[in-house]
Design a protein around this ligand. Structure first.
Ligand code: NAG
Ligand code: NAG
Ligand code: NAG
Ligand code: NAG
Ligand code: NAG
Length: 304
């Protein structure tokens, strides 16, 4: 199955960052230049590591370019920080594929781990991640390879995971975003789907998240104007756990699903208050099924 994260580059606030972003290609490190073959057969992990070393070691924001029209087979890969610059970009235009199950040698089930990278910007709007999931399907109880993004000081430009279903059939699966903070961002942990599926967002976890005046701290949004597209992008097994902080708007949690519903949505240990002292925040949603425990604001829209 295919997995795709699209981490929309949301530059909601005009800031000096924008210049850096638009000028990022001056510090571009293309994996092909570091020996990646991109034929879908050769393991390109070592080339990716070399390209990452340069990207991460760049004095000014470096961009790791994963070009389109290539398919990169990657064995478990760790992209480690801290990096020299205060921000690093990864542009996924091509296709990343995980080894098939019978070729999976690691004891661990982390396929790609991005750790300790400050100010990470992942722009995957043109690329895709293929967990080679179909080869894991037959084993119902097996853990499947996951993509972990963890220990980020800030993930201000990262993450909404989504815009799934726009154009192509797109899927996002087995993604963990852990230990980061959203400061004055338009969105926090967001899953957004468009109805041109089929596709799905499944088994996605956001954990240990700190919010500082975040615009929309927790969002699931399925666009479903057209009934013929209901249920085309399935959203299930989404977990939001251990969130603390403040929301810039009164609506702190949005769980908006199409009439087919989103399932197994878990909220746990959520404590979001208003950034405007004393104001109440609330949760709103529809067609959403799952559980909320120790969650403030309460989500009475969530049904089992
Ligand atoms: C990008 O870099 C060039 C050359 O260094 C500079 O002239 C230009 O002003 C920069 N663009 C932005 C938007 O900062
Ligand atoms: C979270 O990230 C911070 C900064 O990157 C790090 O110092 C801290 O140890 C991390 N916490 C956990 C539980 O991983
Ligand atoms: C959130 O607050 C709780 C209670 O104070 C604390 O146990 C937890 O570690 C905090 N989590 C984060 C991510 O800051
Ligand atoms: C929801 O979780 C239950 C229990 O883990 C599982 O049996 C069921 O298949 C899940 N449904 C979806 C749609 O993920
Ligand atoms: C839950 O929130 C709703 C609306 O935000 C509110 O009307 C209701 O009283 C709350 N329920 C509890 C038990 O706090």
């Amino acid at each position: 199955m295919r997995s795709l994260i699209i981490c929309g580059l949301i530059l909601a606030f005009v800031s000096p960052c924008i210049c850096v972003v638009f000028n990022s290609t001056t510090n571009a490190y293309n994996v092909i230049d570091f020996g990646a073959k991109g034929n879908g057969k050769t393991d390109d992990s070592q080339a990716f590591l070399r390209a990452w070393e340069s990207t991460c070691g760049a004095e000014e924001m470096g961009t790791l370019i994963i070009p389109s029209n290539y398919e990169f087979l990657l064995s478990p890969l760790i992209l480690k920080g801290p990096c020299k610059a205060s921000s690093v970009q990864i542009q996924i235009q091509g296709k990343l594929v995980a080894p098939a199950k019978k070729k999976w040698r690691s004891y661990y089930f982390t396929w790609i781990l991005i750790t300790n990278v400050n100010g990470l910007i992942v722009d995957g709007s043109e690329g895709s991640l293929h967990g080679s999931g179909s080869t894991w399907w037959s084993c119902k109880h097996c853990r499947r390879p996951s993509l972990y993004i963890t220990n980020l000081n800030k993930c201000d430009e990262l993450i909404s995971i989504g815009s799934l279903g726009r154009g192509n059939a797109m899927t996002a699966e087995q993604i963990y975003v852990q230990n980061c903070s959203f400061t004055r961002t338009t969105n926090g942990a967001r899953i957004k789907t468009f109805p041109n599926g089929p596709g799905y967002a499944r088994a996605i976890t956001f954990e240990q998240i700190t919010l500082i005046k975040a615009g929309n701290p927790i969002v699931i949004n399925q666009f479903y104007n057209d009934p013929s597209t209901w249920g085309e992008v399935e959203v299930s097994e989404i977990t939001f756990r251990d969130f603390n902080g403040t929301s810039a708007y009164d609506k702190a949690i949005t769980l908006n699903c199409d009439p087919q519903g989103c399932f197994n949505i878990t909220l746990d240990q959520i404590n979001i208050v208003s950034s405007k002292g004393g104001k109440r925040v609330y949760c709103s949603g529809r067609n959403v099924h799952g559980t909320a425990t120790s969650t403030y604001p309460n989500c009475s829209c969530l049904s089992s």
